[in-house]
Each structure stands twice: as structure tokens, then as C-alpha cells.
Design a protein. Sequence first.
Length: 369
Amino acid sequence: MTYPALKNVQTALNSANLGGQIKATVPMNADVISSGTVPSDSSFRSDISSLMIQIVSWLSQNGAPFTINIYPFISLYDDPHFPTDYAFFDGAKNPVVDGTYTYQNVFDASYDSLVVVLTAAGYGGMNIIVGEIGWPTDGDVNANQSNAQKFNQGFLKHVSTNVGTPRRPNVAISFYLFSLIDEDLKSVQPGNFERHWGIFEYDGKPKYALSLSSNGQDLVQASGVEYMTQQWCIYNPNSNGDPSKVGESITYACENSDCTSLGYGCSCNPYLDAKGNTSYAFNQYFQRQNQGLGTCSFNGLGQVVTKNPTVGTCDFMIQIASKSTSASSSSSSSSSSSSLSSSESRMSHQAIMISVAMMFVAFCFLYPN
């Protein structure tokens, strides 16, 4: 399906006399390449090699770039023996030597693996765009704000010098930094970290200091953000609720919200005991439901409090307010269905704003002047 779709889109652009200005491309995961111990051993995966050659040929025919997603974090996540320093940009203790080329970080090696593959296919001069690159801040022992800041700032410094890579020296690298904000509805099948790639918190606060340009311009916090009532839903072990229902209540809360911060090595793991984990799950659901009437019940085990239970890096969130959610949360007649409707509406507006912001950020990276 990918190749026909790519052809159809570019053909339509060409027919509209826009093909010279707009190029269709397909972001590829790095696993389309079968990599050896060094970049020179790389090739397209045997099961999709013929398809990849067709796609590359079409891209070349239309002057379009090859787009690849590179995630050094995934290398570290997938292999417990992967050298941590090789994932970052401070220089590796044991750099990889590939003939006359030396690699101090896995990004350069991954990028040049693609260069090797394209060259072998006869398209060594093809333009390359890094479609996604970043580092998550939660959901795994290596996914935290410190590592994310270290990686993203190191990467930005690396590409800002236009040093290129060993096989493409002194070449500017075009890229999209992933991502603007966390995605709490994203599938966690690859890992709990999948919901935590954002450089901003859900409410527009920068997670860490990050300079996006050589002039030292840092991230700026979103302004005008309003929150719902400062109240949280926590577990009340002294309630008259049935304690045998705790397990199923947690399951229900987490299945309908986001509890990925509770895993081993994650942001809440060092600070919460079993009761704290329960409270976190309850509050995640409560806030997801816009603090709706009855959404802190949990079989009589929940309790609404006004004292913030946040501890350390474990943040008990307060939902963002909108006119509709503010009205519904202050009205005793609000129903769970109206609460869901306002949530969907707010998410739709947020998706539009995020999409526009991401396009602007990507444009600034690709066309810095």
C-alpha cells in the first residue's frame, strides 16, 4: 500500500503543477535497514528490499528526500548491553571504527547506515531528512528528563555546527524533533515510554531547559493556561468501601487514563507505596473525566481532597480547564456524558494547536533562515 499511495500523492501534485514545490515522502523506521556491527555492513532488509528500491527510485525520479526516523533511545531500550555513552553526543569510550570512518555516537552510525544503503542502490546523493528524533522523559528507567535534556541538547548542538556525519561531512542535517507534547492516548505496545516524548508538559510548561538555536533561545512556557478546581482524587483506606475492590478499581482507572508513570524506574516509582499508586491511578482517571460528579467513587474507595499529593517527580495533575469544563465541573447536574463531550472537544482543539505548532517548529528546523 505504501508505494502506490506515495506514487498517487506525488502524481497528483505533479498534475497540479506543484511537484516542483512540494515533494511527497514516506517516513521510514530505522528497522527497514538490516545493520551489522558497522555502517558498511548495512543493507535494506531482505524481506522488503525490492519494495524499498522501488520507493527510493520513485523518490529520486521526483527529487524527493528519503525520510528516516532515528531513535538512539530505542537502541538502549532494546539492548541492556548497549553502551550508554554511545547513545549521546559527549564522545564514546569505545567508538566504532568502520574502515577509515570513526563513530562517536549511534546517531551518526544510523544516519550513515542509510547513506551506505542508498549508495549501494545507486542513489548516494539522495537528500535525507530525519523524520523523527528525540528522547522520552518517563515510562522506562532510561526515560527521564535528565537524559532527555542531555540527548536533545546534545543533538541540537551536534547538528547546529553542520559538521555532518563521517560519510557526509560538512553537510546540514534536516530533522524533526519529536515531539512537542506528550500523547496520553498513544499505544504503549512498544513500551510505556511511548506516551512521554514531549518536550513540553501537557499544560505547556517546558519539561527542561532546551536551547533551540545558537543564540541561546530557550523554550517558553505557554501563557493563559487555566486549570480546573485545585482538587485531587485519592485512595481512602479508612472509607466504608470494599477493600477487595481495590485491584479492579485500579485496573479500571488505568485502562481509562494513563498510569505509565507508575512502572519500575519511572517518575513515580521511587516515591509511592501501594496506597500511593492507588491514589495516583484514581486521580489520573478523575482528571481525565474532568473531575466529573461521581468519577472519584471507585466503589466507595475514593476521596476528593484539596491538598496536593504530588511528591518528588511524581506529579498528581490537575486537568486543563475550558469554558465548557469549568461550567460542567461547577454544576451538580453535570453528567459523565457531558463530561466526555467536553473532553473530546478540548482534545480536538488541542490537537489543532499542537499540529500547527509542530509544523512551525519543523519549518524552523528545516529552514532556519
